[in-house]
Design a binder for this molecule. Structure first.
Ligand code: ARG
Length: 282
């Protein structure tokens, strides 16, 4: 008999197009997640410097980065991931849970229309874009429980024509799916099981038997809020165990310091919205 252990597939990076928003008006002036403390505030200059290093990291990896103009009075607009979900050239717009962020939805939809993504769906249901929708080759994983409504999962599936798999989040520190899970590539994921309901944990085990399981320590520094291009993984530098595990898997961690943005509950992925053109459909 042939030996049954197949060699691990070689990780291959693909060039990505990201949308980002410079945190010129960043601050912590309200609290809509447990990370935010308005009394402590935040330093926009420090945030901009850290964000610039993140942008440089993407450019250094050969990715394309587009920018949306930051709007005064929207301190969380830096978290571009929440601005929508763009798959196959179609843009599913965001509709924010909290009134403090509501004006971001139309601002991002406007950007899509003016920048080569005219096919925009104004959503009927509350959803926070790629904060709660993570796209793999065959399915879109969708979070619910804190921000995005279940009905939005259906709406996104119908508009994008991709199967959407619902996952229930249960720990308020991990209020968006992208704070607890990230795609390593088009087929596999890394996640922190404690963020999910028992049923959703079982779904993840069934769909991804070879997933990278992260510890609470890594999750607690928003280590799961990472961005992979299939090989390189841009990840919070404090997530030491996760970084070591990625190396063992043959991936290339690219550590970044986004400690200032974490004061609002955000990390690298929150600052990054992927723009997937029609031609990139697998
Ligand atoms: N302060 C923001 C909020 O609570 C942070 C958003 C982080 N974005 C993300 N994709 N997880 O809405």
């Amino acid at each position: 008999m042939e030996p049954s252990t197949a060699p691990a597939p070689v990780a291959v990076p693909t060039r990505r197009h990201y949308l980002m928003c410079r945190p010129e008006h960043f601050d912590v002036t309200y609290a809509i997640n447990p990370w935010m403390d308005p009394a402590a505030g935040a330093d926009a200059r420090r945030a901009v410097a850290q964000w610039e290093a993140l942008r440089e990291a993407y450019l250094g990896l050969g990715h394309e980065v587009s920018l949306i103009e930051p709007v005064p009075g929207l301190p969380d607009m830096v978290f571009a991931a929440n601005g929508g979900l763009v798959v196959g050239g179609r843009a599913y717009g965001a509709r924010f849970t909290h009134p403090e962020r509501r004006a971001e939805g139309p601002a991002y939809m406007d950007w899509f229309r003016r920048n080569g993504f005219p096919d925009v769906l104004e959503p009927a249901h509350t959803n926070e874009g790629e904060g709660d929708f993570l796209t793999l080759d065959r399915v879109i994983l969708a979070g619910t429980g804190f921000r995005t409504d279940l009905a939005a999962h259906q709406e996104a599936q119908e508009f994008l024509g991709r199967p959407v798999v619902t996952l229930r989040l249960v720990d308020p520190r991990f209020y968006h799916l992208d704070t607890a899970l990230f795609p390593l590539d088009g087929e596999n994921v890394a996640y922190y099981p404690g963020a999910f309901s028992p049923g959703s944990r079982a779904v993840l085990e069934r769909l991804f038997p070879d997933a990278l399981i992260a510890s609470e320590r890594d999750a607690a520094v928003l280590g799961l809020n990472a961005v992979s291009d299939g090989l390189n993984v841009v990840v919070n530098a404090e997530a030491g165990d996760l970084i070591a595990a990625l190396r063992r898997l043959g991936r290339t961690p690219v550590p970044v310091d986004l400690s200032e943005l974490r004061k609002a509950g955000g990390g690298p992925k929150c600052c990054t919205l992927e723009l997937r053109p029609a031609a990139a459909l697998p």
